[in-house]
Design a protein around this ligand. Structure first.
Ligand SMILES: Cc1cc2nc3c(=O)[nH]c(=O)nc-3n(C[C@H](O)[C@H](O)[C@H](O)COP(=O)(O)OP(=O)(O)OC[C@H]3O[C@@H](n4cnc5c(N)ncnc54)[C@H](O)[C@@H]3O)c2cc1C
Length: 394
């Protein structure tokens, strides 16, 4: 591990012994080989049966990875992290809803989140999943059918539905620009990404003239995304807006590969982890080399990638808190990176979701999978927590 991230005292200063022991118990449990694969399959069903599982989830995995069920409940964590120089990306964890009333409701919550963020010293961004304000199947249809997209069609109802999605996002971004809060649009499955990219370009063209307000997410586990980043940059140059980019590796690898295999098309995912790492790090280099035109968020728990961005800032003589380079990790993971970067004066944040327990279950399932014994992230987290508990004992 780079010495930059070694200091566990800094990493966990905000956690009591009791909190650390709870985290140790959770990561230990998730490291049992069959726990996560079975747990992620049966939990959504058990939730529906009315069995008293809610309390257990709330006090374990929810507590570790989520800020609360409502916006006011997140305040304690936001304030606590702020006192260590750590910023927050607030994420209303709604996704995969099915009707217009839900989308309108989500829009209002996003606007409340922006209003709240604008009153706080350490919440520069909010994050949005387009599936929180648009129907998944509509996005898929738009993705699959250029004919519908181009407007030469007989699908008036769906076009009207799409116009409403655009209007929702426009309303959210308008308020965000007025309140000077960044809006990060998450990337989801590749088979709905094309209309999302188009929509975000439109928003950037309107709102990113002076500074980056709207950010798109690029998943470098896709083999085509490094080129996409460069193409996106050319469009930004031509149309005179600042490109806002969140760089991630990507969270849907298994489902992407499975769907491609089942439907007989080439997988959009890189052939191996090294290829993903190579493109991710090249994307960091590309963004920082074009720092006047691109504002980037290095969203990763990978120590080498974080160190690379940190070193590039140093090498190029840029301010460690340059407004166009921001680091971010998910709440509940990699505190050793977040808090040590904050100590070095970098712009660094925790991505903090909140929402009713039933709505954040898909998010929690992704976190469980990412932290299962197979991925290896658990062992890393466990080792750090154990090292800190040992240090505190001595
Ligand atoms: C602030 C923040 C915001 C995020 N927003 C999004 C988002 O909008 N959309 C989204 O999809 N994800 C998002 N993520 C999650 C992210 O995509 C990763 O799943 C997660 O962070 C793990 O990758 P890593 O870079 O942290 O670390 P690492 O542990 O170095 O990388 C693990 C990742 O590498 C890739 N990988 C692993 N094995 C292979 C393989 N065999 N072949 C090819 N690639 C492989 C996968 O993407 C895997 O998740 C976000 C993460 C953060 C921190």
């Amino acid at each position: 591990m780079s010495t930059l991230f070694e200091n566990t005292k800094t990493a966990f200063a905000y956690k009591s012994d009791k909190d650390l022991k709870k985290a140790k118990f959770l990561f230990n449990t998730m490291s049992y080989p069959l726990f996560v694969p079975i747990g992620t399959r049966i939990t959504p069903f058990i939730m529906k049966t009315g069995l008293p599982i809610h309390g257990i989830i709330r006090d374990t995995i929810f507590r570790q990875f989520v800020g609360g069920e409502t916006l006011p409940e997140t305040a304690t964590i936001c304030n606590l992290l702020g006192s260590y120089g750590v910023q927050i990306i607030l994420d209303y964890g709604v996704e995969g809803k099915q009707d217009e009333a839900d989308y309108e409701k989500a829009k209002l919550v996003f606007k409340d989140v922006i209003e709240y963020a604008s009153t706080q010293p350490n919440i520069p961004f909010i994050s949005i999943k387009i599936t929180g304000i648009a129907r998944f199947n509509l996005l898929q249809k738009l993705n699959d059918s250029p004919r519908i997209r181009s407007g030469i069609h007989d699908h008036e109802e769906e076009m009207a539905e799409w116009e409403r999605v655009k209007a929702r996002l426009f309303e959210i971004c308008t308020l965000a620009a007025e309140k000077n809060i960044g809006v990060l649009i998450d990337a989801e499955e590749s088979w709905i990404q094309d209309p999302v990219d188009r929509l975000v370009i439109e928003m950037m063209e309107t709102f990113n003239k002076e500074k980056a307000i709207v950010y798109n997410t690029i998943q470098l586990y896709r083999h085509d995304r490094l080129n996409f980043l460069k193409m996106f940059h050319r469009i930004a140059r031509q149309r005179h807006f600042i490109l806002g980019i969140k760089l991630v590796r990507g969270a849907y690898m298994e489902t992407e590969r499975e769907r491609a295999a089942n439907n007989g098309y080439p997988s959009p995912i890189q052939p191996d982890k090294n290829s993903t790492d190579r493109d991710f790090d090249e994307a960091i280099g590309y963004c920082i080399s074009n720092i006047e035109e691109i504002s980037c968020i290095v969203a990763t728990h990978n120590e080498e990638s974080n160190k690379l961005a940190y070193d590039l800032l140093k090498e190029k003589g840029l301010a460690m808190n340059h407004p166009h380079v921001h680091f971010s990790q998910l709440y509940g993971m990699s505190d050793h990176i977040t808090f040590n970067l904050a100590k070095e004066g970098c712009n660094v944040s925790k991505y903090l979701p909140f929402g009713p327990l039933k709505d954040v279950i898909p998010y929690l399932m992704r976190r469980a999978q990412e932290n299962s014994s197979i991925s290896g992230q658990t062992n890393k987290e466990l080792a750090l927590i154990k090292a800190e508990l040992k240090r505190r004992k001595n």
